[in-house]
Design a protein around this ligand. Sequence first.
Ligand code: HEM
Length: 487
Amino acid sequence: MTASLVLCSLTFILALIIFIFIKRKQTKLNLPPGNMGWPFLGETIGYLRPYSVTTLGEFMETHIARYGRIYKSHLFGEPTIVSADAGLNRFILQNEGKLFECSYPKSIGGILGKWSMLVVVGDMHRDMRMISINFLSHARLRSQLLREVEKHALLVLNSWEEDSTFSAQDEAKKFTFNLMAEHIMSLDPGELETEKLKKEYVTFMKGVISPPLNFPGTPYRKALKSRSTILKFIEGKMEERVQLIQEGKDSTEEEDLLNWVLKHSNLSTEQILDLILSLLFAGHETSSVAIALAIYFLPGCPRAIQQLREEHLAIAREKKKSGETELTWEDYKKMEFTHCVVNETLRYGNVVRFLHRKAIKDVRYKGYDIPCGWKVLPVISAAHLDPLLFDQPQHFDPWRWQSDANRGSISSCPSGSTGSNTFMPFGGGPRLCTGSELAKLEMVVFIHHLVLNYQWELIDETDQAFAYPYVDFPRGLSIRVQRHLSV
Ligand code: HEM
């Protein structure tokens, strides 16, 4: 009894000493201004309150106005430095592994898996990144992916009926999911197994973005169940492939990711499963949102639709003349204005709004201290909507991305503002999105066939995009389409 009392007192005294030590250290530090919020909860609830996708949300706006673009807070259960400063964001991402490290909440690791690319660091991250770079290489984009992207875009677009109304968000998801499922595991669109997997992914996604409450009936618990169903499915495919490889019956040309990983990597089964699961996730959720955002923004800018149609009609007519049916890489490169629309959609819509990092050393930046172990959130959307960096950031203005010679818009932006210093929709540094070129290709090719074949209208003004902070159209983005009579 006495011994445990002594032990308790000693533990208490030790905790008190550590607390005083940390407090002392912190008072000596020049932390950015800010508010640590409520005990335990901090300011997380306010930070995660949904807001319109083309804004930074009330929380960010009031915090920036009160404390400046770098402030301290307590978010996701940890003391945090929030950065809405383009320079600091870049500094954080460039110093990955040296001063900062990727650090997503534990719940993300629970659902995406401990070997997911979003979670792993160090050598394992480097190895997986190499696989993903190889899988999405420029050569593969040109030789294989362009054809697959066009095939899947047409499959979805050709299924639209004249004067019909449907969810554009679902259609965009169908396109990007089918593309990824084919490229990763050679799954055919429309097949029973592909449809089943797609359904599981919907449940899985709901869990990735919901609070990590592992109780019966919660979206998180359901998503964990979906995760194991998806993993079982991928494992079944793996076993089939291993057998084919052993029997020498696998096809070597145009192999999918699963074959490639089995033949060329030293990853364990568990690692391959998490890699495939997370690539399927990273590869279709983000680009489908980006396509839905383009469909959402464009009707507000008829001049852009007109210019897009002219660009694509010119290419389509040339192809007709030469008898070519499929898009080539040269056609893709000619779609200059469409690339401007893609950039503007990514700037204005901010598919990924902030990233999760932690300081792995004590860091000093512009006179502020960022203590080792603190969470750091680079808010990449903040630079994209900053009026000092982008002229009239609240205007959807694709022309801002044209070179001066081609600029046709009244609006312009200060020099350098469209450069890589401020425009970071795909992150940056050693974790720069490996799918950025594929995502742009998907958007451009989808827009090509969309504007050539259809005019569309948004049928409900209240059907808007929100940041939760993941971007979603809670009502699905309903559109009505009419076919153009001729190309
Ligand atoms: C518009 C669409 C997309 C956007 C906005 C986007 C954005 C991002 C961002 C911001 C990151 C960095 C995450 C971080 O640093 O913590 C990232 C990483 C990643 N993205 Fe994308 N992405 C898109 C499409 C894709 C596609 C189509 C793929 C294809 C599979 C993909 C695969 C990846 C992978 C594998 C990573 C992890 C890279 C690493 O950790 O080294 N993304 N993405």
